[in-house]
Design a protein around this ligand. Sequence first.
Ligand SMILES: [Zn+2]
Ligand SMILES: [Zn+2]
Length: 248
Amino acid sequence: MKLTVLGSNGWFPANGQLTASYILEYKGTLIVIDAGTGIANFNLHTDILEKYDTVHVILSHYHFDHSVGIVYFNRWMTDKHLCFYFPAGKYYQSGAIGFENAIFAKGYNSGSLKGLAKRVSVSEYDENGFTINRIKIKTLALKHSNPSFALNFDDKFLYCTDTPTDEKVLRENSGCALIAHECWSKTDISGGRHTDFESLSAVLNKIGYAGKILLIHKNPDLSANDYKEMIQNCQDIAVAMDNDVIKI
Ligand SMILES: [Zn+2]
Ligand SMILES: [Zn+2]
């Protein structure tokens, strides 16, 4: 399993870091997790794209820092099959259709979802999870303004963003070798809407988590040094930087 960071910021690009997007290569399959402005970094990773005919794209939720890069895909996908997995409409006012209508509104965007690649498939997922090839993906609804979904890949890797620290979710997924978890600040500044480092470390200690942690969805108002200071003396915790490659 190999993770390539395309965009490690939340909210907006800053400090040379684009917004949420990650490439997961596993079992001969290419999965893109979230599609923020980090999709633009595909330009630096065309060698990965060359290996695959199909690109699977899973959105944790529809907020623009996780989805706006979808409109860039046609740059690299003219000979690919793009398979989208969107959170189901029942969690929002409308799901994939509402999103497509918003992002490709006539008169505001000359493209279309179907026009992004040679072939485009769209499916919606709910809390029952789904599979891609032989990869089992568990989906766990998190507490966010509109639910964001934590994504567990074969109980090896958990992607968990746009949530306050959630002890139940972390406990249920504590068998994962790597947890990529959002970290918005050192102490809580979001009124409990996002994760702060203190509460995350406290819960990880409490549940005795023995794997590695990658901090993602960085706050654009914090510098790389702010994050370095945050994790000093913490073994097995790293801060994601765009274009990092992590073996899981
Ligand atoms: Zn976000
Ligand atoms: Zn969000």
